[in-house]
Design a protein around this ligand. Structure first.
Ligand code: UGA
Length: 468
């Protein structure tokens, strides 16, 4: 029988809110805390501040029952047996993670410890953070035997966060005491025992009662490093395939054929080998920089990561060169832009390569018409509508009379666009695809001039363009 635990989750961003909702879904009682009063009010009134598949359903199932939202950090941490810290760890000017929120929460937790509690780092943090949290608690008068600090990094992706959380590849827990390990095993028991997957309302995914996820126990420092190393490796895979894509472009080879051939090697694997305009989001850019900083602090040069970052930022510039070579001059051109989020399936525009490319277009004097299924409201706060900037209500309105359309996020619904309608709406049938969503042969058949990343255009026209 799985035991219900009272959990406080501090911070209700993507990781905090998804974790809180999923813990409630797994049968625990959850108090989710955020200092943003507006967000807490919205959550209490039934709203969902982020775009995540299954999140609205799960929240409505448990709101008013096993999950509550509050701004009262002290009350939440006093009532909870386990406190997850899921506050932001933004990048500071020097590249390292700014841990001031973690510090502030740890000091507050110290004031509410009156019985044994487990404090869990869920935010991505540098190695040794658990030791700092321990030190802060002790400095604030907390007795050593009344708490344990655990590292339980999260590997969820935005957009598919709920599925990733409930159907994980692995659950990593970094612990130094058997007492804390027991509590963590109880929390994840519904997943590791497989019991959750038998529930009638279970969110579907790759795990099942017969194939539950493994729980990997290690030291806290190893868990902290596992998170940074995982994100850095995934970012490296993307930069690697992007560098290969640029060679493919020059050699007239399709990078997808190469990626398939390479990815079938079990030692490499097929995922995260999609070439494009580079990685963005609130994790990879920040975590690669933070990991490099951590290495430096420990006296190690991790120059490979500097190269990963360099390739990533070059990728946007190379794509911009493609736009220029397709359109020749840019000033005064109307460019339709499909996709603003840092990837499909999310409304998040943090470090989005799409936003950088739109800003480059505006700087060159283009007029842009923007469309994204979920990220337009957020984009309006950084690129407000004006004489150069219009927002469209659908993909076809966006394309109306444009000199070209750019594809900058990989939303599934973009791949399902009616190509005939798109071609008829455009002034010139030019598509410059930064996410390789379409088959170049099909685009040719449909009458488009089509450019993508690392895939040759199947006519001689591209050769002509290359000589320009
Ligand atoms: C990433 C990791 O995938 C998660 O495992 C991790 O938990 C999370 O960071 C985090 O640290 O919180 P996320 O940032 O949501 O998740 O997005 P990803 O799906 O990993 O995509 C990151 C970027 O890489 C996007 O811009 C995406 O378009 C790009 N990408 C991804 C590629 O360009 N090519 C690929 O093959 C895959």
């Amino acid at each position: 029988m799985n035991q219900q635990i009272v959990i406080a989750v501090v911070g209700s961003g993507y990781v905090g809110l998804v974790s809180a909702a999923c813990f409630a879904e797994m049968g625990h009682r959850v108090i989710c805390v955020d200092n943003d009063e507006e967000k807490v009010r919205l959550l209490n009134e039934g709203g969902v501040p982020i775009h995540e598949e299954y999140l609205p359903e799960i929240l409505s199932r448990h709101r008013g029952g096993s999950i509550e939202f509050t701004t009262e950090l002290h009350r939440a941490t006093s009532q909870a047996q386990v406190i997850f810290i899921a506050v932001g760890t933004p990048q500071s000017d020097t590249g390292d993670a700014d841990l001031s929120y973690v510090d502030a929460v740890a000091s507050e937790i110290a004031r509410s410890i009156d019985s044994y509690k487990v404090i869990v780092e869920k935010s991505t943090v540098p190695v040794y953070t658990n030791e700092w949290i321990t030190r802060i608690l002790e400095r604030n008068g907390t007795q050593k035997d009344t708490f344990d600090v655990v590292s339980n990094p999260e590997f969820l992706r935005e957009g598919t966060g709920v599925t990733d959380f409930l159907h994980p590849n692995r659950i990593v827990i970094g612990v130094e005491s058997e007492r804390a390990a027991r509590v963590m095993r109880q929390i994840y028991g519904p997943l590791t025992s497989g019991a959750y997957y038998n529930l009638p309302h279970a969110v579907p995914g790759s795990r099942s009662a017969n194939n539950p996820p493994p729980l990997l126990k290690m030291s806290t420092k190893a868990a902290e490093l596992t998170k940074h190393a995982t994100n850095a490796f995934l970012a490296m895979k993307i930069s690697f395939i992007n560098a290969v894509a640029n060679i493919c472009d020059a050699a007239g080879v399709n990078v997808e054929e190469v990626a398939e051939g390479v990815g079938m090697d079990e030692r490499i694997g097929p995922k995260f080998l999609r070439a494009g305009i580079g990685y963005g989001g609130s994790c990879f850019p920040k975590d690669v920089a933070a990991f490099r900083w951590v290495a430096e602090q420990l006296g190690q040069q991790f120059d490979l990561l500097a190269e990963v970052e360099k390739i990533n930022s070059q990728q946007k510039k190379l794509f911009f060169r493609k736009i220029r070579s397709a359109l020749w001059t840019l000033r005064g051109k109307n460019i339709a832009v499909l996709g603003l989020a840092f990837k499909g399936g999310t409304d998040d525009i943090r470090e989005s390569p799409a936003i950088d490319i739109v800003n480059m277009l505006l700087k060159e004097g283009c007029c842009v018409t923007l469309y994204d299924p979920a990220a337009m409201e957020r984009t309006k706060t950084v690129i407000p509508p004006g004489p150069q900037v219009r927002y469209a209500s659908d993909m076809y309105e966006m394309a109306q009379d444009a000199h070209a359309v750019l594809i900058l996020s990989d939303w599934q619904e973009f791949a399902a666009i009616d190509l005939d309608r798109l071609r008829n709406a455009l002034r010139h049938p030019i598509v410059i695809d930064g996410r390789n969503l379409f088959d170049p042969e099909l685009m040719l058949e449909k009458g488009f001039t089509y450019f993508s990343v690392g895939r040759p255009y199947p006519t001689t026209s591209v050769k002509a363009l290359k000589t320009l």
